[in-house]
Design a protein around this ligand. Structure first.
Ligand code: GLA
Length: 425
């Protein structure tokens, strides 16, 4: 009885009279950016790690580059109290979540947390099923700004209903909280979730590899498949029509700095930007290489992801292992990416007029036969580590009438920004 009253009252008292719940508008107008504990630390999280990560986000300029959400993933939970309210694990988070949120906010950052629509989270901590309004209320009370909401232990639960319920609960709790849906694309959330959440995972879990990684149980039978960058890319590439400001396809968090080669990290990061994906870092920010830092802070590449038009890029053409991607940007510009998904260095020649096309989704045309663009190479323009990669000929004097000839190393990318030359400038 007490438990029932608490949950129902929270909803009834906080929701303004006559207001029908809807998702918090105005959030994630460009894909959300931040950091999440799972990919690197899994269950090895605690208050000190989170505080140190907050410090680094600010001190190393990552927050300035846009990474403002600091998100704790699974395993932060303690028990529910006698009234059913969730608590934090006191050993891992001795100061409690409110104090941690205050610290994160004092740094100018935002605080994200994790739960699950089922009885338990994927790591078997208490899920939100039956406690949705209580949990949303508690998150708002702590000062949470972002909820990743997972999908383990949800047998016989309707996904749309479950996510709508939490979306309503967050709205009722009165604090703008971004809802990051993590249902792995099982029920095609891109077809129904744009009014409910701010992003939805489009695939299963990523691993720090271009190839998939099969896991086995103790009897040697295949258990679950962790997806490589290529597999995820191919699934997410098909969904571009569903993305837009406030509602993004989420091909999972970044694995930059978690074990792939520098070229692979650069390609992974660039492609996520071409796809207007949420950029949620997943590496140890307190201990990263210069290469990793240079990749995740390449502002010109980040600007592709964060372009206010909010249009997911398209894979325009594939020739063997070479893919050509375009993403329309504001003011008539385009991002252009040549991706080598194979392992061999490959020579490419781009005759620009061969790439004249109209993107039916955005209605934008490249018009290479009519419009002159300046082309900026967004990785080779960078410092030493990149200077020896793929040699680019053509584009001399920023003249697109010269064909682009380049060698794209295996598992690497070239990324250009093409800006139309405006008469008089
Ligand atoms: C699921 C999610 C992951 C991560 C783990 C935590 O697998 O897809 O991103 O949150 O749960 O247990």
């Amino acid at each position: 009885m007490k438990k029932f009253l608490t949950a129902a009252l929270a909803a009834a008292l906080i929701l303004p009279q006559g207001a029908s719940a809807q998702k918090w508008e105005g959030l994630a107008q460009t894909p959300q950016m931040g950091w999440n504990s799972w990919n690197k630390f899994a269950s090895n999280i605690n208050e000190q790690l989170v505080r140190e990560t907050a410090d680094v986000l600010v001190e190393k300029g990552l927050a300035d580059a846009g990474y403002i959400y600091l998100n704790i993933d699974d395993t932060w939970h303690g028990e529910r109290d006698e009234r059913g309210f969730i608590t934090a694990n006191g050993d891992k988070f001795p100061s409690g979540m409110k104090a941690l949120a205050d610290y994160i906010h004092s740094k100018g950052l935002k605080f994200g947390i994790y739960s699950d629509a089922g009885e338990q989270t994927c790591a078997c901590f208490p899920g939100s099923l039956g406690h949705e309004y209580q949990d949303a209320y508690m998150y708002a009370h702590w000062g949470v700004d972002y909820l990743k909401y997972d999908w383990c232990y949800t047998t016989n639960i309707n996904p749309k209903g479950a996510y709508k319920l939490m979306s309503d609960a967050l709205r009722a709790a009165g604090r703008p909280i971004l809802l990051s849906m993590c249902e792995w694309g099982n029920s095609k959330p891109w077809t129904w979730a744009s009014e409910i959440g701010h992003s939805w995972r489009s695939t299963g879990d990523i691993c720090a590899s271009f190839e998939d990684h099969q896991h086995y149980d103790e009897n040697g039978n295949p258990s679950w498949l962790q997806l490589g960058v290529l597999h995820i890319l191919d699934q997410n590439a098909e969904l571009r029509e569903y993305a837009g400001p406030g509602h993004w396809n989420d091909p999972d968090m970044l694995e930059v700095g978690n074990g792939m080669t520098v070229a692979e990290d650069r390609a992974h990061f660039s492609l996520w930007c071409m796809m207007a994906a949420p950029l949620i870092l997943g590496n140890d920010l307190t201990n990263m290489t210069q290469d990793t830092y240079d990749i995740i802070t390449n502002r010109a590449v980040i600007a592709i992801d964060q372009d206010p038009l909010g249009i997911q890029g398209l894979r325009f053409r594939r020739e063997g292992d070479i893919e050509y991607w375009f993403k329309p940007l504001v003011d008539g510009s385009w991002a252009f990416c040549v991706f080598n998904r194979g392992t061999e260095d490959t020579a490419v020649t781009v005759d620009w007029e061969d790439f004249c096309f109209t993107d039916s989704l955005s209605g934008r045309s490249t018009d290479f036969d009519k419009v002159k663009y300046t082309a900026t190479d967004l990785w080779n323009a960078a410092r030493k580590p990149f200077a020896t990669r793929g040699k680019v000929k053509g584009l001399r004097g920023n003249d697109h009438s010269v064909a682009l000839s380049a060698t794209v190393p295996g598992h690497d990318v070239l990324v250009f920004r093409l800006d139309p030359v405006v008469a008089g400038k």
